[in-house]
Ligand binder design. Structure first.
Ligand code: CAA
Length: 289
């Protein structure tokens, strides 16, 4: 982790949840100024606490000094005032709840308030960028910037080019992501892009294997973790991502391709109905303290 920026940018991150606070932390760690925006004070405070917690891990490992961690935090301004947070923004990254209606509403508001030259990026994991761009007056400046969780650690940013995204917006976005020490993979704007088009069927199949009693959750995870050299088994990863998020993404894939191979396993739906959403709710395929 470095704290040296190439060119200091004004970044506005909309949404202080897991992805939003990780994105804010990462930009601030590379010297950029970040406004972190939420509608209410409580989620904003939780987001800032998560950032502090993550920075503490780096301090413990001596990857950062306490002073550097303080400087990074100092570059992040929490805000509940969207218009004020967007003043002077070079790049706005939307990281709100994974729902098309909610995201479109945010894009309308951001388009109205952000400087004309600002790039508007979405951290969506599956919603078409072209549709989000269409509610703005600047579709050439709208792009997908799909970070992976945990954002400060994961090396990839999947960049999604909407139908009307300009070459210049693509070039700038790739350069910004690379300036954060990330490697970029570019995808065209089709359902699930690349990451989730391939990841979600694997997780869904693991859920079907458990649902059909082919193996225990532990054996499914062990086989995939050790056999494929994945850092986590698919059911552990599902808990990490959130079962509700997985069902949402599978539904987008199913609707977008009209292909039954993307139908969500009934077990996943049952878990969502029961509030077993994974780590964040304390229980998913596994129980968490
Ligand atoms: N901030 C700072 N440090 C963190 C951290 C965070 N948020 N999370 C974990 N760490 C650090 C830990 O402190 C620990 O450091 P040391 O090794 O130096 O002690 C290290 O990372 C490893 O953590 P753990 O020992 O707790 O656990 P782990 O070895 O399993 O690693 C992991 C955790 C990095 C998350 C790893 O399991 C992993 O890479 N898992 C897969 C993650 C993945 O696939 N993410 C993509 C999800 S899909 C997505 O995001 C997009 C989508 O659209 C759904």
């Amino acid at each position: 982790m470095t704290t040296t920026a190439q060119k200091t940018l004004n970044i506005a991150v909309i949404g202080a949840g897991t992805m939003g606070n990780g994105i804010a932390q990462t930009f601030a760690s590379f010297g950029h100024k970040v406004a972190l925006v939420e509608v209410e004070a409580a989620p904003l405070q939780r987001g800032m606490q998560n950032i502090r917690g993550s920075l503490d891990r780096f301090v413990k490992k001596a990857t950062l000094t306490e002073q550097q961690a303080g400087e990074i935090l100092g570059r992040i301004t929490p805000s509940t005032d969207l218009a004020a947070a967007l003043t002077g923004a070079d790049l706005v990254i939307e990281a709100v709840f994974e729902n098309e209606g909610v995201k479109k509403e945010v894009f309308r508001k951001v388009d109205a308030a952000a400087p004309a030259g600002a790039i508007l990026a979405s951290n969506t994991s599956s919603i078409p960028i072209t549709r989000l761009a269409a509610v703005t007056g600047r579709p050439d400046k709208v792009i997908g910037m799909h970070f992976m969780n945990p954002v400060p650690l994961m090396k990839l940013v999947e960049v999604i080019r909407g139908e009307r995204t300009s070459e210049e917006t693509l070039r700038t976005t790739v350069a910004v992501a690379e300036g954060l020490g990330k490697t970029v993979g570019v995808s065209r704007d089709y359902p699930g892009f690349i990451a989730n088009r391939i990841l979600m069927p694997m997780i869904n199949e693991a859920a079907f294997a458990l649902y059909e009693g082919v193996a225990t959750r532990e054996d499914i995870d062990t086989i995939m973790k050790l056999g494929m050299n994945h850092p986590m088994g698919p059911l552990t990863l599902a808990d990490f991502i959130g079962i509700d998020v997985i069902v949402e993404i599978l539904d987008v894939l199913h609707a977008g391709f009209g292909d039954p191979k993307f139908r969500a396993c009934p077990l996943l739906r049952k878990m969502v109905e029961a509030g077993k959403l994974g780590r964040k709710s304390g229980e998913g395929f596994y129980a968490y303290a």
